[in-house]
Design a protein around this ligand. Structure first.
Ligand code: 8Y4
Length: 276
């Protein structure tokens, strides 16, 4: 079979979240985890996902570190299984170069690094070596401390400057410009107010000249604005924020509910294309 690794080459797409952490597919052992994960990947592909984002390291606020071995054993078998079954490109959500490299060998085409290449000094080299696309996300602090009253002197300029550093790390390692995607990192070291302002000013990230990825799906700023504690009940808020992100120029939307996001995108794009 020629090249199972599917390139990422779409202009806009919905990225479906596939968590392979123990808390996401609770009960049952590793075998069940894999079967459930593959089933969910097939469903998201059928619903129109343009990327499947596989993650085995919880970067939720306050989450502890996962060992490389643990992360590898969660993620690699799932990527191998789904890359043989679907033609949708797979991204690997990790901050560790060893995990990224193993995921690429198993079929991943994109590295989604929530640290923007700043956690593992070897990560940029892996992206360059295999010619994979990289999503450079902004995070202020680390998952363990990022939500301890984050402060910015000037919100957008600071995030843009940090992203420029990530872009520099990528280019210095040999990653070419057209493989770089940027992401302001909604919820990663940001207050509700910060998140709302970032979304309303997303066009200022577009001006940096790279495709913009954004993840609002079920996040706590939506829960706080709407007073909804259960993350699974934040779909309407997720769609509203997604539509705004598309209007402001988002190229990739990272979501849990693929069908709803694909439909919201189709309506938003058809309106934006109409005369005025
Ligand atoms: C409920 C549901 C509460 C989800 C919190 C969350 C992004 C990302 C994440 C993002 C990129 C999450 C891996 C956080 N968010 N990658 N990853 N952009 N590129 N939290 O915004 O979904 S995980």
């Amino acid at each position: 079979m020629p090249n199972r690794r599917k390139k990422f080459d779409k202009s806009f797409c919905v990225m479906g979240v596939l968590n392979v952490t123990p808390d996401s597919f609770s009960d049952g052992g590793k075998y069940f985890d894999k079967v459930a994960a593959v089933k969910q990947a097939l469903r998201m592909a059928a619903e129109g996902a343009g990327i499947i984002d596989v993650g085995g390291e919880s970067t939720r606020p306050g989450a502890g570190d996962v060992s490389v071995g643990e992360e590898l054993s969660r993620v690699v078998p799932v990527i191998r299984a789904i890359s043989g079954k679907i033609s949708v490109p797979i991204s690997i959500d990790t901050r560790k170069s060893e995990v990224a490299e193993a995921a690429i060998k198993a079929g991943a085409a994109i590295i989604n690094d929530t640290s923007g290449l700043k956690h593992d000094p070897r990560m940029a080299g892996v992206a360059a070596k295999y010619g994979t696309a990289v999503i450079l996300m902004h995070m202020k602090g680390s998952p363990a401390d990022m939500q301890r009253s984050p402060r910015y002197k000037r919100l957008i300029p600071e995030i843009r400057a940090a992203l420029r550093e990530s872009i520099h790390i990528a280019k210095a390692a040999g990653v070419v410009s057209d493989k770089i995607i940027i992401d302001p990192g909604i919820g990663f070291g940001k207050t509700v107010k910060h998140n709302l302002e970032i979304l309303n000013r997303l066009d200022e990230f577009k001006k940096m000249g790279f495709p913009v990825c954004v993840g609002v799906s079920r996040k706590s700023f939506i829960g706080k604005v709407l007073n909804i504690k259960d993350a699974g009940s934040r779909l309407s808020g997720t769609i509203a924020a997604s539509v705004l992100a598309i209007i402001r120029g988002a190229d990739i939307l990272r979501v849990h509910d693929v069908k709803e996001a694909v439909e919201a995108e189709a309506i938003t794009k058809s309106i934006l294309k109409a005369g005025r």
